[in-house]
Design a protein around this ligand. Structure first.
Ligand code: CTP
Length: 489
């Protein structure tokens, strides 16, 4: 297979997975050839002219219909190690499906894998940087192989080539993929894909027996036709739905095991964490409301993280586009007053985090009927009244009803730290997480956040991080503080 064909196939697979079109429809629409993708998948070649036409088609489709990533707070994290083999293209679809299941994916690619799909295509689907090099100083400082493994709930090796299996069985560690596999204490799922003769070779048989004895789980391979013409037998990568099933089963098992061991990774076991999140909608009439741009992503990520640390979590959320995070009790509300009521009902809590963008005002008297345009009378006047301040109300609770740690957020567009310090005092919060929500920061509704954590001891400024990482750090800090607070003297 020529380099052009291989690269083009990688780009096409990313496109198919992203836009959910069938290979034949794609081929017809791009170059009037319904067999194009099938031919490429079988190792066929392509002329430069055809490749250019296909790329031009993909570019024009992308500009027409930018694919919106599904906004789901991840429930689990998979580290996907992509080995080199023609089946590597299936990983693109696998990543897409995993994310649809609210499973975040970070990818490591071997050198050989990059011959079949590009890190660019993989990164486009994971929305994360793709890791390829062991000796990358930056990586080692920021996110080495130990951290790659630590931050995953499950490691999936797909496609696992005969060579990768041999390295794993022999305990080699000479590239990033094999180092991660040697250094991990997380469950590993291996999905082999290779030529049937290689799969049946005594060396591979020995390696698989060894890996099974080492506790690794296997999915596939399936029996079927190979990419090479005329070859058939065991060696096809398990189909994506089979892989998803194996992965979700293993994730469920590992969550149960973690819950049982109760140990040091779950410092919030037995604690109740309350989180408010998302916008509120303040009705004007049955069809109109006042709202704001909050996506609820940061609050949902905090709830997921609190649950991962063992807490029972209640997430009181305004209307958002997000899937409900698993393992969290979600109370859906619309208005600020409903949010306050739901929060009060959820008390007592050990830690309360107010990440919601609560509307400061509501319409004094909402109309029960849709307000009609009346000719000549101009626009209606809306009288606004102030909403209850939920954070301030709960922080002022007495008699053990005040959560031991009350964390507020401060959304500012100017003088961020100064205003947030004032807010902490005025609202009686222990900590305030301040962020700049000016439109140019992209924080409101986006995936990243740059925050300052303000407590009575001062200001801690964190770098620009994704919202999941902000949640992780915040909950780790909260769990530590809480442990110190409640430690016997
Ligand atoms: N908050 C709340 N109830 C409200 C308003 C805000 O619980 N009615 C909480 C938010 O969840 C957040 C904190 O108070 O944790 C600060 O919210 P923010 O919108 O930054 O501040 P406001 O009090 O609305 O002040 P301003 O809009 O004047 O900056």
């Amino acid at each position: 297979m020529s380099e052009t064909a291989r690269e083009l196939l990688g780009e096409i697979e990313a496109f198919l997975a992203q836009f959910l079109v069938t290979p034949s429809k794609f081929g017809v629409a791009a170059v009037n050839d319904g067999h194009l993708v099938a031919k490429l998948r079988k190792g066929g070649s392509v002329t430069l002219k055809t490749a250019d036409r296909v790329r031009a088609y993909m570019a024009s489709e992308r500009s027409k219909q930018p694919a919106a990533p599904r906004q789901v707070a991840p429930s689990h994290r998979v580290l996907l190690i992509i080995g080199g083999g023609i089946a590597a293209y299936k990983c693109l679809d696998l990543i897409r499906r995993l994310r649809e299941h609210a499973i975040a994916v970070r990818a490591v690619m071997t050198k050989a894998a990059q011959q079949f799909v590009t890190p660019l295509s993989v990164g486009a689907l994971t929305s994360e940087r793709v890791f390829t090099e062991l000796f990358d100083l930056d990586d080692e400082r920021e996110i080495g192989h130990i951290r790659l493994s630590r931050e995953a709930d499950l490691i999936v090796v797909a496609p696992a080539t005969a060579d990768l299996l041999a390295k794993m069985a022999g305990g080699h560690a000479d590239d990033l993929a094999s180092c991660v596999l040697m250094a991990t204490d997380k469950p590993v799922l291996v999905a082999p894909a290779m030529n049937p003769r290689m799969w049946l070779h005594p060396a591979t048989r020995r390696n698989v027996t060894q890996l099974e004895a080492d506790g690794m789980a296997f999915a596939g391979p399936n029996i079927g036709e190979m990419a090479e013409r005329g070859e058939a037998g065991p060696g096809r990568l398990a189909e994506v739905p089979e892989l998803i099933e194996a992965i979700t089963k293993m994730l469920a098992l590992s969550s149960q095991a973690l819950a049982k061991n109760g140990g040091e990774n779950r410092p919030l076991i037995g604690r109740h964490v309350l989180v408010t999140s998302g916008p509120t909608h303040e009705p004007i009439d049955p069809v109109r409301y006042i709202a704001n741009r909050s996506s609820g992503k940061q609050g949902a990520a905090i709830a997921v993280e609190a649950a991962a640390l063992g807490a029972r979590v209640t997430l009181v959320s305004g209307p958002t586009q997000l899937a409900e995070p698993p393992g969290v009790e979600v109370v859906h509300i619309e208005s600020a007053r409903e949010m306050l009521e739901a929060v009060r009902r959820a008390l007592p809590a050990d830690i309360a985090i107010f990440a919601a963008a609560v509307a400061d005002w509501r319409v004094a008297s909402r109309s029960d009927e849709k307000i009609k345009k009346a000719a000549g009378q101009g626009a209606p006047r809306l009288e606004l009244v102030e909403n209850p301040d939920i954070l301030k109300t709960i922080a002022a609770e007495k008699g053990g009803r005040r959560p031991k740690l009350v964390i507020g957020f401060a959304a500012e567009t100017q003088n961020v730290i100064e205003f947030a310090k004032k807010k902490r005092r005025a609202k009686g919060a222990d900590w305030i997480v301040a962020n700049d929500v000016s439109p140019e920061t992209g924080i409101m509704g986006g995936d990243r956040n740059a925050v300052h954590v303000i407590s009575e001891h001062g200001v801690e400024s964190w770098p620009d991080l994704d919202k999941a990482e902000v949640a992780r750090r915040l909950m780790a800090r909260a769990a530590k503080y809480f442990a110190e607070l409640t430690a016997p003297a």
